[in-house]
Design a protein around this ligand. Structure first.
Ligand code: TMP
Ligand code: MG
Length: 211
């Protein structure tokens, strides 16, 4: 294992619709980084293990009802409660592969009709990713994949809306699979440190392209 004590880990986010393949690709990426000897961990949001996460999980499985703004803020709070741990891990040299992040927060809540700028606001100050990979799958195709699991947002018509809001989050740096437009809202204390070495290698980036 390479412990990059003098340089930080990379913050890599995978985004996409439900059933777009984020979990499989995250695992492949983790194995790939492992094989290169990089210290890497797989994280996901929502993190359902915390008390905030349990409220989110109950909402998603329709066991509780919450106002749309309230659940939006809980998703954000769930990222905030992990922020310092994320920063510590990155500074230690551990790369974090994160399955969903602020982009899910904004795309899913906006798709319900909440104001996009309002949705971005609570994300301000979270760590900005080095790389965001958007798994661009047609909503119909995702819906076919072994069916949805029955959680609140797993409905084709809603996922179509979400896909449109994901598209709206892209900016000039968009390259088909990259989303960066939230970066200007997210602070980058970690990025001011040494550039994450993993991202300098083109082989690393190629690991995404055999999706
Ligand atoms: P999961 O299937 O990846 O566990 O995510 C659960 C659902 O929560 C999924 O439909 C996406 C949605 N979601 C939000 O609405 N806002 C968020 O901030 C996050 C992280 C997920
Ligand atoms: Mg899901």
């Amino acid at each position: 294992r390479v412990e990059n004590s003098d340089s930080r880990g990379a913050l890599i986010v995978l985004e996409g619709l439900d059933r777009s393949g984020k979990s499989s690709q995250s695992n492949r990426l983790l194995s790939y980084l492992d094989s290169l000897g990089h210290a890497a961990e797989l994280w996901r949001f929502p993190d359902r293990t915390t008390s905030v996460g349990q409220m989110i999980s109950a909402y998603l499985s329709n066991k509780s009802q919450l106002d749309d703004h309230t659940i939006h803020l809980l998703f954000s709070a769930n990222r905030w409660e992990k922020r310092s741990l994320m920063e510590n891990q990155l500074k230690k040299g551990t790369t974090l592969i994160v399955d969903r992040y602020s982009y899910s927060g904004v795309a899913f809540s906006s798709a319900k009709g909440l104001d996009v700028e309002w949705c971005k606001a609570p994300e301000v100050g979270l760590l900005a990713p080095d790389l965001v990979v958007y798994l661009d799958i047609p909503p119909e195709k995702a819906a076919e994949r072994g069916g949805y699991g029955g959680e609140r947002y797993e409905q084709l018509e809603f996922q179509r809306q979400v896909a449109q809001y994901y598209q709206a989050l892209r900016d000039s740096s968009w390259k088909g699979t990259l989303l960066h437009s939230l970066d200007v809202f997210l602070c980058k204390p970690v990025s001011q440190m040494t550039m994450a070495p993993q991202l300098k290698s083109s082989a690393f980036l190629r690991s995404f392209w055999f999706l």
